[in-house]
Design a protein around this ligand. Structure first.
Ligand code: SF4
Length: 362
């Protein structure tokens, strides 16, 4: 299926087995991708955690870094996003979607690469997220491996648990790290050498370039707009194929620092911390895998009770389906060009109305 790699990995954690399921064109035509496709898989495999990529994730389309994790929490279907390079690595590992069903008897991690999904036993339980990522990269022999990791927050099933991507926080606003903790899954490691085919490459590139030109004409800054942050910033980073380097890297010690996610830093400042202290505290939150939305003491956040589900906001469902970062919405993405990119990329006749209709099911 164009714009996707071929497989869905259905990981049976009870049995320790993986079934590889082909992605059918009909599935994409009905669900497009990302959050909408995850929803469909969750209906098919209830009580699972679904990792999914959007229809444009990992392509030339600007900001196409997004992957989505979906699971039920307290009976509500919740979505959380991850980006950086994890969305593209997940798709290019050969598995555009992963279903994690059941519960492993003992802690495991999942290693996705070259159309192979390995379930590995691990004694990483109890290690923080930084130690876990460093170990996995060393063990699997690749520094470019992307990881989705849980820390103490996820292991203790805290309501404030936060999924961590390598060393940095994701927008896991629903504590889905705790659902992975319930399943005894410490981490998912991903490395992708696969390819994504495009039905009509020239039309696809033309639509993607149109969107990029529009974005570049409006992006006039780097970094998160937080007072005092620029003064302590060492550099600005961007996720895969993103024209807006919104991520400030702040040094917190000798050879040590943290990549800022704006929402998390603002949360800590709202709890009364100054910007420097907030950045330092954020580093500890990411190491423990906890979300500072719920307080400024990272250790206390590892044992919080259940928190209410946070629904998707405004147009997030649309972005979570395409696999494009919703932070770019402030610059006004050309939606008509985005739909053209999907049509040219997949070869399917998908109109803006069809897309909106599918997204409205979220
Ligand atoms: S806007 Fe920021 S968070 Fe979103 S993809 Fe670009 S760099 Fe990443």
């Amino acid at each position: 299926m164009e714009l996707y790699t071929d497989l869905i990995a259905v990981v049976d954690l009870d049995a320790g087995e993986v079934e590889e399921v082909d992605i059918e064109e009909d599935f994409i035509e009905k669900n497009i991708g990302g959050a909408c496709a995850n929803n469909a898989l969750l209906s098919q495999y209830p009580d699972s955690v679904i990792l999914g990529t959007g229809v444009l994730t990992g392509t030339l389309f600007p900001g196409s870094a997004l992957g989505v994790v979906t699971a039920k929490k307290n009976g509500t279907v919740c979505h959380s996003a991850f980006n950086w390079f994890s969305g593209p690595e997940l798709k290019l590992s050969g598995f555009s979607f992963v279903v994690l069903k059941g519960k492993a008897e003992n802690p495991v991690y999942l290693w996705l690469h070259d159309e192979i999904a390995d379930i590995e036993s691990t004694d990483l339980w109890g290690k923080n997220t930084w130690e876990t990522t460093a170990y996995l990269r060393e063990e699997l022999g690749e520094n470019r491996i992307q990881t989705l990791v849980i820390g103490e927050g996820g292991e203790k099933k805290s309501g404030a648990a936060l999924l961590v991507n390598n060393y940095w926080g994701t927008d896991d606003r629903n504590g889905l790290a705790a659902v992975l903790g319930e399943k005894n899954v410490k981490a998912v490691a991903m490395r992708g050498m696969g390819e994504v085919e495009i039905s009509e490459p020239e039309e696809f590139i033309s639509a993607a370039e149109e969107v990029l030109t529009g974005l570049k004409s409006k992006i006039q800054k780097k970094g998160a707009p937080v007072e005092g942050l620029e003064a302590i910033t060492q550099r600005f980073d961007a996720c895969f194929n993103c024209p807006y380097a919104c991520r400030n890297f702040v040094e917190t010690g000798e050879n040590e620092g943290v990549v800022i996610f704006e929402r998390h830093l603002k949360d800590l400042m709202a709890h009364g911390l100054d910007v420097k202290k907030a950045a330092e505290t954020l580093q500890t939150c990411y190491q423990l895998g906890v979300n500072p939305k719920y307080g400024k003491d990272p250790n206390a956040l590892t044992t919080m009770g259940s928190q209410p589900a946070q629904p998707l906001e405004d147009k997030e469902g649309w972005y979570y389906t395409l696999g494009v970062c919703p932070i770019l919405d402030q610059f006004g993405i050309d939606e008509e060009a985005a739909v053209r990119a999907i049509t040219a990329g997949t070869g399917l006749e998908i109109s803006a109305d069809t897309l909106d209709d599918i997204v409205s099911r979220l």
